[in-house]
Design a protein around this ligand. Structure first.
Ligand code: PMP
Length: 330
């Protein structure tokens, strides 16, 4: 019989699939690593398992303890899965820009969700960072994984995401493109790929326009899960060879095209990463193999990116129902 001992054992081992339509006219092989195949539906399942394992080993998390984390949803789902299997309570703190759908997913797994305003500084007592700190102090037996600073965040990608990509491409990958949020994915995966290839693989970060990684100040943008208004410890500044800024409009247009043309119903940060990947791919040759990581699925964004009304309300759709970004790009 072939089965997993528990849902946690299904984390990782996600597939690569070739992008065919969006890459028309481009020379290199462009492969997407589709992280929605993880049981919690995102790349963040990987870090949840490793952060909890390490906290149990160090004694920071004890039986009956509570996990408190500021998360835009995906890390929460991963942590909720692990917590549920191992008997911990979960309290998640997220900014109000996170869709109601995503919050309800967390609640469905049995977690508690506290919602905070997006448009305040990180040091404001109402910010989701401040609120999660306070809850960690106040709840007995609370442990905050803190994905922004936890070394197991990048370490989990160094141990799993990087080796999977290297093995599945038989060492032929030349470029790796991924969005940057906490920086864990790019730092861990990127460092592994640099090391194993003697520095040959180019590491490219995709970042929402306005975020600090691409030289912004943290000005608000709508794409979820990526970009920052501060420099997290989880981000290793020595890994990326290049950071490509991508506008909300271009991120969302590409996200919609991934669903319609490639059959990949994925989230907005996936469209952002693919938009950056396509930009990079324009300068590559047929000998190059580019891997772009798609962090999560699109079901949590049906009332936003995939809603014509929502897109039009932000000016991302013109009156004829087409996305407006094409005009911007031309
Ligand atoms: N996309 C989404 C939807 C995410 O939730 C995250 C995690 N914040 C990322 C991308 C970025 O990954 P990382 O935190 O590893 O930089």
């Amino acid at each position: 019989m072939r089965y997993a001992e528990s849902v946690i054992d299904l984390v990782g081992g996600t597939p690569l699939v070739r992008l065919n339509r969006l890459t028309e006219g481009l020379a290199p092989l462009v492969l997407a690593k589709v992280e929605y195949f993880n049981p919690g539906g995102s790349v963040k399942d990987r870090i949840a398992v490793k952060m909890v394992d390490a906290a149990e080993q160090s004694g920071e998390l004890r039986p009956g303890g509570t996990i408190v984390e500021p998360t835009s949803g995906n890390t929460g789902v991963g942590l909720a899965l692990v917590a549920q299997q191992r008997g911990y309570r979960c309290v998640f703190v997220c900014p109000d820009k996170v869709s109601e759908d995503k919050r309800n997913v967390l609640r469905a797994y049995g977690a508690e969700v506290v919602v905070c305003p997006t448009a305040v500084a990180p040091e404001d007592p109402k910010s989701y960072y401040s609120v999660s700190d306070r809850l960690t102090r106040e709840i007995p037996g609370a442990w905050k994984p803190n994905q922004y600073a936890n070394p197991m965040n990048a370490a989990s990608h160094y141990a799993t995401t990087g080796p999977e990509i290297w093995t599945d491409t038989e060492g032929r990958i030349t470029h790796f493109v991924t969005g940057v949020g906490t920086g864990g994915t790019i730092s861990g995966t990127g460092r592994y790929l640099k090391e194993v290839s003697d520095g040959r693989v180019q590491i490219i970060g995709a970042d929402p326009e306005g975020s600090v990684y691409s030289g912004g100040t943290g000005r608000p943008y709508l794409v979820e899960g990526v970009g920052e208004d501060f420099w997290p410890d989880a981000y290793d500044r020595t890994v990326a060879d290049r950071i490509v800024p991508v506008s909300d409009a271009e991120s969302f247009e590409t996200t919609r095209r991934l669903a319609r043309e490639e059959g990949l119903l994925v989230g907005g940060s996936c469209g952002m990463a693919v938009a950056a990947a396509l930009q990079v791919a324009r300068d590559l040759t047929a000998d190059d193999v580019l891997v772009v990581l798609l962090p999560d699925g699109g079901r949590g964004y049906l009332s936003k990116i995939f809603s014509d009304r929502w897109m039009a309300s932000y000016g991302f759709l013109s009156r004829d129902g087409n996305t407006t970004v094409g005009d911007v790009l031309r």
